[in-house]
Design a protein around this ligand. Structure first.
Ligand SMILES: C[S@@+](CC[C@H](N)C(=O)[O-])C[C@H]1O[C@@H](n2cnc3c(N)ncnc32)[C@H](O)[C@@H]1O
Length: 456
């Protein structure tokens, strides 16, 4: 076993990538993770840090570079994680994401070589994000907006975020300048002082309407009138300015205290031919055009019949359920964020859809209530957060006899775990279709279809 000291230099070959895009090199079986290094590349690596099981290295020089390397990427995008795969050619990003799903299904669900379909690419490879959550901090005595360096809270000032819509980058810089003009103080998380913690901007992809949320440490907002006047004069597309007060010291962006500073508390977008109100606390997919492809695929896999009862679990503002309601008899949706359910109910009315029922609650509890009430869904569509489904949800969902489960997942690891649980309850995995919602980043999205064994 080699002894490693900080600043030692080794010649190594990169043999793999971690799921977050770092290169992996091994010396005598000991793994080093190296930023900005791709499989096949031979580098001189400087040892930066070592632990019991693995260490971190830095590229000192490239002795050979990969044919799949993108050379004109700003390294700040890799350092901050804004685009941690930005140095890898897009077709290779897709291959890597597919392989991750294949590997996780092999490891966790004991399905070696499951025929995961070729990923559906995102229609846009950059400038696709319709939402930005930008931290505001003081750097060298000046209020700055940017992004934290990976695994840290050191702000790297950034003006061009590469994967966000241009209009969002422009308004973030303008807001930064207005905050400076009005002398507002950036948050200091070490001392829990200062005022502006984050700026959250959401822009409806189809309509161009913009919502700005100022996340502040306290309620009282110095010089807010001038700031709002300047901002709305400069950007007439701003339809909503919100304030969220977060006095906490944790990492969560939003607190629970919301105020309307200007206009309405929602913006409106169009997806798959329907209009959707979106409020600030509600989830809304960040890559609208790719999300439309994902939802279309999910609806296609559901193979809906006019007499079907569908459950849309983790329904957010109703995007999926309302997009399929005209094909079925009734849709029941459940979502834990009340503001999102409120949007879903209004969105149903706005689109003259009356065969839907949306409730606020935890999916695991409401699914069991529905089962007790005798609701017999034909299809259960789930779209949970990264932690996947609760065991209780899988139990109740499996006992109501739905012919299929359409599972949209943003985390292949929890998806693979939940496939095992559904299989124990009599379902079988039929297909897995990755859809790339997050080009240039490590994030993976997929839709899987499970069908009941006894129906085959
Ligand atoms: C990935 S989003 C999907 C939202 C929606 N289907 C869409 O595509 O816009 C997951 C949603 O699940 C909600 N959620 C999280 N935990 C939940 C729970 N235990 N029960 C119900 N909804 C939950 C979140 O608030 C969020 O709206």
């Amino acid at each position: 076993m080699t002894n490693f000291n900080k600043n030692d230099i080794f010649e190594v070959e990169i043999i793999d990538l971690t799921h977050e895009g770092a290169g992996v090199a091994k010396i005598d079986g000991y793994a080093f993770f190296v930023e900005n290094a791709l499989p096949g590349e031979v580098i001189e690596m400087r040892v930066m840090k070592t632990g019991k099981k693995f260490g971190f290295g830095k590229v000192e020089s490239y002795l050979s570079t990969s044919e799949h390397r993108v050379t004109d990427i700003n390294v700040d995008y890799l350092r901050t994680g804004i685009a941690d795969f930005g140095h890898l050619a897009y077709p290779e990003q897709l291959k890597f994401k597919r392989k991750q799903i294949v590997d996780l299904l092999a490891k966790t669900a004991h399905k070696p070589d499951f025929p995961v379909l070729e990923p559906i690419a995102s229609p846009s490879l950059s400038k696709y994000r319709n939402k930005a959550s930008i931290p505001v901090r003081t750097v060298n005595g000046v209020l700055e907006t940017g992004f934290f360096r990976k695994h840290s809270h050191v702000l790297v000032p950034v003006e061009d975020f590469f994967i966000q819509e241009d209009e969002i980058d422009t308004i973030v810089v303008a807001i930064r300048d207005l905050l400076r003009k009005y002398g507002l103080k950036a948050y200091n998380e070490l001392e829990n002082t200062g005022f502006i913690r984050n700026i959250v901007v959401r822009r409806a992809h189809a309509t161009g309407e913009i919502m700005v949320t100022f996340v502040t440490r306290k309620l009282s907002f110095f010089k807010v009138d001038g700031l709002i006047n300047d901002l709305t004069t400069q950007f007439p597309a701003v339809k909503s300015i919100m304030q969220n007060v977060n006095a906490g010291t944790g990492n969560g962006i939003f607190g629970s205290d919301w105020h309307i500073l200007y206009g309405q508390d929602f913006i409106t977008d169009t997806m798959l031919g329907h209009q959707f109100e979106i409020s600030a606390p509600s989830f809304y997919q960040v890559n609208t055009a790719a999300a439309e492809l994902l939802y279309q695929k999910a609806i296609e896999l559901a193979d809906l019949q006019p007499s079907d009862i569908v459950i849309d679990a983790y329904s957010g503002i109703g995007t999926i359920g309302l997009s399929l309601a005209d094909k079925v008899a009734h849709v029941y949706g459940v979502e834990v964020v009340a503001a999102a359910t409120d949007n879903a109910i209004k969105n149903a009315k706005r689109n003259q859809i009356d065969n839907v029922t949306y409730v606020t609650g935890k999916a695991e509890k409401v699914m069991s209530d529905w089962a007790h009430d005798g609701i017999k869904p034909d299809v259960i569509l789930v779209d949970p957060p990264r932690k996947g489904l609760d065991e209780a949800f899988i139990q109740s969902a499996s006992h109501v006899g739905a012919r299929s489960i359409v599972y949209i997942s943003c985390n292949a690891a929890t998806f693979a775990r939940d496939v095992v649980r559904f299989e124990a309850e009599g379902y079988k995995l039929d297909s897995v279709q990755p859809v790339d919602l997050f080009p240039q980043t490590h994030h993976v999205e997929l839709v899987g279809l499970l069908t009941r064994n006894d129906l085959i």
